[in-house]
Each structure stands twice: as structure tokens, then as C-alpha cells.
Design a protein around this ligand. Structure first.
Ligand code: IVH
Length: 672
């Protein structure tokens, strides 16, 4: 392919990919499969690798991130990023409307009502249709330059659509994390023993501040744009500007979803507010209120702003769902790592549509901070968090005889004195081997779906087995006999058979899941996969030094030290040895059909094929031990060429003396 041909092809692919990205993320109406999208993206990646002269910072290939920013540079906002003043009642909002009308006596005012997204505010600048910069709000007059991180958010266009956008403009919006993604992220953080995020807002703003943009790319972030700065605007009102921004490729609130409406009166505004006060619980993301804006830009200008907020807009904040109830008792849960979590047992109370009986109290410091006592009247809130929270005490109702709160000193399950490590918020029960919930927690984790997925066995069975003294660790599972199970409560012969069969079947579960099942602190699913792939068997992992562990992609000190500590314990070594003897998978099984036919070969794929897809060839190269790279160089061993291999690439290959084969020769090499 000549550079000219490449330039045109690259441009075409970029436009196509931008378009499909728009259909998928903005319109929610994809027209091609993920597979086809990936193929096009791969093709583009390859061409960009071959023709680096056509690099573009806004190419769709840049979405995956990769740039590392140690300190985000601070930059001044061209226009300050203000905040909104808040109202909390119909009266306050009526006052605002009256004040506004009074300031513009002769005007027939049009308002726009929209949702108040709960995330992190950003301001993005575009020049000639290209994203050039994205800043956080910061202190309002200057913010952090988080451009690289923002570019990884798929619903934010890197290049605009059509031709009707202003040459240079700024647009503002809110980056947020949808509830489903938030729940998944926290679930995996808990599995990896990382502190979960308190709410979606924190996880959104925390994600934007991560130094490695390739990690930001993996966070489920989204963004609604809600304000087009007026300079160079040909549109004279906010409502039309927002909808126009939708045409330029931004994700904006849509009237068809009732996320946006025009309103003329307090009654119309309140229709919108009342609707969303109820309906917000069904939204896939969080809002904390409604924003009401004067529609005409000219009138916004006339109203102007105070030092902090514009006079042309106001927020109406929903009341956090809050109830008062009695804190009957604080109980404690012991997790599989021995961490103690205090739990508030409440007099049942109805809150945001559910009956609440329990709420997390997090840790001892939280209880002290709230000055809680058993018997207190407390306020419970269900805000962003899925789990309700105790947020304070009604001291007026505190009776004089309530005793000062005493945090637990011994483990509620095994009476071992609790410890609290320097700098940690939580108390731990140090009785790793003998504390029943820790023992059964580890076994439950081991048998769970993402680990050994043992059929016929649930958490209750595990508890029964631990209580009966039949199981003290996961290795004991593999010694269980049907006769031992039968005397247990409610254990039928059939269930006992199923359990033993389920355990036996788990010996085929691949190494990476066994490794995850071991429950090594900080080794979640992803880390287990990485370690398994890198070390290939448990012996190598067990012998690995700290330095070796640190060479594995994304493994840092904390994880590496935890792995070393786990395998240092003789008890753990013995458990692994027993499970090995029981036939569990402690080494990576090479995939079916795999061979070493292409071992040591660096192979470039070029053109299109009849028998295989490009992706398929790539997978076959890897399956047979070869390495697939994008461009021809001195290191290339072989080119698999199909229809349409460019003449310049062919010449380069010939100059370098690289062998070119067709797809049939390739198939022969790997014996298919
Ligand atoms: S308009 C000058 N519209 O609320 C104010 N803000 O307290 C321009 N927010 O920092 C903002 N949804 O992060 C506007 N539909 C919306 C909004 C919204 C959420 C946030 C924004 C702002 C904060 C103000």
C-alpha cells in the first residue's frame, strides 16, 4: 500500500469507527457486531503502526489509553466553572422564579428543566471539530488537565460529526458512573480486598484522577454534556444548543427520555420535579436533583452571575431519603479475612421503598465519630449507596441512662482478642486457622462460582461441614466421603452424592481459577489470571522472588508481598500439596489444538483471506506459539499474505529477505 493509499484508508477507517462508536454509545443502536468493530479497529491499528506519519491523537485507537500522568498540570479556565445555588422546597423555588422575573420585568420567560447528574464536572474544548483539552472543575478558576483520561470515555467524541459545530468552543458536562458498572467495580474491589468506593460519584471522580489512562479506560464511565459555552454560538438558546450538540456527536439529555423539557410556569417545573423525585430510583445512574435554567442566552447574559453561581440557573435538590429509627443493637460480622464489620440492627423502618433493618457502620472510628449508643434514635439515609447508612443521632431524644459505647474486644465467633493494625481502619480477628467464619468464608470463596464452581454445594453446607469438624480448609473437601455427609442435618443420599461428585468434577477447573480460589489477599480474578499465565504452574509461582513477581504486568508491591506471605506459610504449602495429590489443576493447560509449530516466529499478517478471518489467523499464530506483530521489520520471520497486500510492503519484505506465504501454506505449517 502506498502512503497515499494508506492515508485514505486510515481516514476512512477512522470515520467509520467514529460513526459506529456514535451509533453504539450515543444512539444505543449499533449497526455492526462487536467482532466487526474490533476487526476494523485492529486493521486501523495495524495501518497506523505501518504508517506512523499519519498518527492522530484523536484516532479511535487512542481510546484504550496508555498515557501515564504523574502530576496533572493545572490550567486556567477560560470562563470560570461556577456552581449552582440550591433550593430545597417549592417556596424557595417560587422565590427564585419571582426574583428572576423581577430582574427581567418585560420578558416572557422560558425555562429548561433537566436532571442534575451526580458525578464530576468537566469542561472540554474543541477546535475545528477535534477534542483538544479537558479540565476538571478544580477551584472553579483553574482545574487539572485530564485530557488523556477523558479521551478513554467512549461516549465523549474525539472528533465531531457533521460540519455545523463552531470552530472553537467549550462544552461542559458531568462524568458519572452508571449504577450497574459501579456495583460491578465495587464487587471486584471487594474480591481483591480493596476498599470499595462509597458511592458512584466518588468512583467517577476517583477514576478521573488515576495516573494510568489505560486503567481509566477500563472504568465504566459515561458523560452527559449539559452546557455549550456561548462564544461563537450561532444558536440563541440553551435548549437548541444542547440538542445541536447531540447532532455534533455528544451524549446530551434527550427530550424523548424526558431528561429535558421546556417549562413556562412553576407548575410545569414541578411536574418535572415530582416525576423525577419518584422515577429517579429507576434511572440507571444517579441524580441528586433537578436543574432549572433560563433558556435564552441573551437573558442569561442580562441576569449575569454572582461570584459563585449564575443567576440564570438554579438547582432543586431532592431530599435524601431519610428516616428516624431506633438503633437497637450493634452486632459484628467476621469476614473471610478476619475483618470485623460493625452492623447497626435497627427497628425496621421504611426507606425509599424498602424496609430497612440493618445498616453498615463501617468501623470503630465511624461509631465514635457519630457518638452512637445502643438505644439511640438515629437518622438513616439511603443516598447514592446501595446499603443504607446511619448518618447521625437525634440527641434530643437520647435518654440519660444509655451507656457509652464500648467497641468489641474479642472475636464474636472464637473469642480471640481482636487486633488493629497501625494505619488500618478495621479490627481483625487474628485466629486465621480456628475462627469458624474465617475458615468457612475461605472454603465458601473456594467453592464459589468464579472459583471452583462446585455444584450441589452452597454456603449453608459449608457451614455445616465446618461445624461438624469435617472440613477445616479447602483441601479437606477432597477427602470427603458420602458416608461422612449422611449424618448431617437435612442431608439426603442424593444430595450427598451430588456434593461428592461436584467436588470430584472440580479437579478439571483451570489453574487460574484454582489460584483465585486459594483466597490469597489482593489476588482477585484478574490478578490470578495474570499470575497463572506468567508463571504457568504453582511451583514457579511459589518459588518466585519479589522482583520476579513485580515484573508481571500490573502487579505491585502490595500484591507481590501478599503472594510471598501466603506461600511462606508451611500450612498453605501443605494444603497445596494435598490438593495437587487430589488431582487439581496446578499448571496452565495448553489450549486444545495448541502446538509449538510456530514457536520463536514473529509473523505479520497482510491483506484479506478466503479461508480465515484476520483475527482468526492472529489467534492461530498465538495458539501455535508464534507472535503476531503489525509491521514488517528486521525481526519479522514470516508474512502471511492474502489478497491486496500492498506493493510497498511486499517490496520491504523482499528487501529484508522475509519469506512470504499464503494462507494455505500457513494452514499446512500448523497442520490444519
Ligand atoms: S449547569 C454554572 N446542569 O452541578 C453552572 N450543572 O452545583 C453550570 N450538574 O458543577 C452547571 N447536572 O457539576 C448544570 N444539568 C446540569 C447539571 C449540573 C449536574 C453539576 C455540575 C455543577 C454542579 C453545580
Amino acid at each position: 500500500m502506498s502512503p497515499d493509499e494508506a492515508r485514505i484508508k486510515i481516514q476512512m477507517l477512522r470515520e467509520e469507527l467514529d460513526h459506529h462508536n456514535y451509533l453504539y454509545y450515543i444512539k444505543d443502536a449499533p449497526e455492526i457486531s462487536d467482532f466487526d468493530f474490533d476487526q476494523k479497529l485492529e486493521h486501523l491499528q495495524k495501518l497506523e503502526g505501518d504508517f506512523p506519519q499519519f498518527d492522530d491523537p484523536n484516532s479511535p485507537t487512542k481510546r484504550v489509553g496508555g498515557a501515564i500522568t504523574k502530576d496533572f498540570p493545572t490550567r486556567k479556565h477560560k470562563y470560570p466553572m461556577l456552581s449552582l445555588s440550591n433550593t430545597y422546597s417549592r417556596e424557595e423555588l417560587e422565590d427564585y422564579l419571582k426574583r428572576t422575573q423581577k430582574a427581567l420585568p418585560e420578558q416572557d420567560l422560558d425555562f429548561v428543566c433537566e436532571l442534575k447528574y451526580d458525578g464530576a464536572a468537566i469542561s472540554i474544548s474543541y477546535k475545528n471539530g477535534n477534542l483538544v483539552q479537558a479540565l476538571t472543575r478544580g477551584d472553579g478558576s483553574q482545574g487539572d488537565d485530564i485530557t488523556e483520561n477523558i479521551k478513554t470515555i467512549a461516549s465523549i467524541p474525539l472528533r465531531l460529526r457533521g460540519a455545523n459545530y463552531p470552530n472553537e468552543f467549550e462544552i461542559r458536562g458531568e462524568v458519572f458512573m452508571p449504577l450497574e458498572g459501579f456495583a460491578k467495580l465495587n464487587q471486584s474491589r471487594i474480591e481483591e480486598d480493596l476498599e470499595p468506593f462509597a458511592n458512584p460519584r466518588n468512583s467517577a471522580s476517583g477514576s478521573l484522577k488515576m495516573q494510568d489512562s489505560s486503567l481509566v479506560a477500563k472504568r465504566p464511565l459515561d458523560c452527559f454534556l449539559y452546557y455549550v459555552m456561548q462564544e461563537e454560538q450561532r444558536i440563541d438558546n440553551h435548549y437548541d444548543a444542547v440538542l445541536a450538540a447531540g447532532e455534533w456527536g455528544f451524549k446530551v439529555p434527550q427530550p424523548k427520555h424526558a431528561y429535558l423539557r421546556k417549562a413556562k410556569s412553576i407548575d410545569e417545573i414541578f411536574e418535572f420535579i415530582n416525576h423525577w423525585d419518584q422515577a429517579r430510583h429507576q434511572l440507571p445512574f444517579e441524580i441528586d436533583g433537578i436543574v432549572i435554567k433560563v433558556n435564552a442566552y441573551a437573558l442569561q447574559d442580562r441576569l449575569g452571575q454572582t461570584a459563585k453561581s449564575p443567576r440564570w440557573a438554579i438547582a432543586y435538590k431532592f431530599k435524601a431519603e431519610r428516616q428516624e429509627t431506633v438503633l437497637e443493637q450493634v452486632s459484628y460480622q467476621v469476614g473471610r479475612t478476619g475483618a470485623i464489620t460493625p452492623v447497626a440492627n435497627l427497628k425496621p423502618v421504611s426507606l425509599a421503598g424498602t424496609t430497612v433493618k440493618r445498616a453498615s457502620l463501617h468501623n470503630a472510628d465511624q461509631i465514635a465519630k457519630l457518638d452512637l449508643r445502643e438505644g439511640d434514635y438515629v437518622y438513616v439515609e439511603k443516598g447514592g449507596e446501595i446499603i443504607p447508612k446511619v448518618i447521625g443521632v437525634n440527641f434530643d431524644k437520647r435518654s440519660a441512662d444509655l451507656k457509652a459505647f464500648q467497641y468489641l474486644e474479642n472475636c464474636p465467633e472464637c473469642q480471640t482478642p481482636l487486633v488493629r493494625l497501625e494505619g488500618e481502619a478495621l479490627h481483625y480477628c487474628p485466629n486465621y486457622k480456628g475462627c469458624p467464619p474465617q475458615v468457612s468464608g475461605r472454603v465458601q470463596h473456594f467453592i464459589s462460582r468464579k472459583a471452583m464452581d462446585i455444584e450441589g454445594m452452597g454456603s449453608e453446607t459449608v457451614e455445616q461441614l465446618v461445624k461438624a469438624g469435617l472440613v477445616n480448609n479447602y483441601a479437606d473437601l477432597y477427602d470427603l466421603k458420602i458416608e461422612q455427609l449422611l449424618p448431617l442435618d437435612r442431608m439426603a443420599e442424593k444430595s450427598a452424592q451430588n456434593i461428592v461428585a461436584g467436588i470430584a468434577a472440580s479437579t478439571t477447573i483451570p489453574f487460574e481459577r484454582v489460584l483465585f480460589g486459594l483466597g490469597i489477599r489482593y489476588v482477585g480474578e484478574t490478578v490470578a489470571k495474570k499470575l497463572a499465565r506468567h508463571f504457568e504452574d504453582i511451583d514457579k509461582l511459589q518459588e518466585a522472588s519479589l522482583e520476579e513477581l513485580l515484573t508481571v504486568d500490573e502487579i505491585g508491591d502490595r500484591i507481590a508481598e501478599s503472594v510471598i506471605a501466603f506461600f511462606r506459610e508451611e500450612e498453605n504449602q501443605a494444603l497445596v500439596a494435598r490438593m495437587k495429590a487430589a488431582g487439581l489443576q496446578f499448571e496452565v493447560q495448553h489450549q486444545e489444538g495448541a502446538s509449538k509449530a510456530l514457536e520463536g516466529l514473529t509473523i505479520v499478517i497482510s491483506g484479506n483471506f478466503e479461508r480465515f478471518g484476520r483475527k482468526e489467523i492472529k489467534e492461530l499464530i498465538e495458539l501455535h506459539g508464534g507472535k503476531n506483530t503489525g509491521s514488517v521489520s528486521g525481526k519479522t520471520s514470516l508474512i502471511v499474505a492474502g489478497e491486496g497486500m500492498g506493493p510497498s510492503k511486499r517490496k520491504k519484505a523482499e528487501d529484508l529477505g522475509v519469506r512470504i506465504i499464503d494462507e494455505n501454506e500457513f494452514a499446512e505449517m500448523i497442520g490444519i
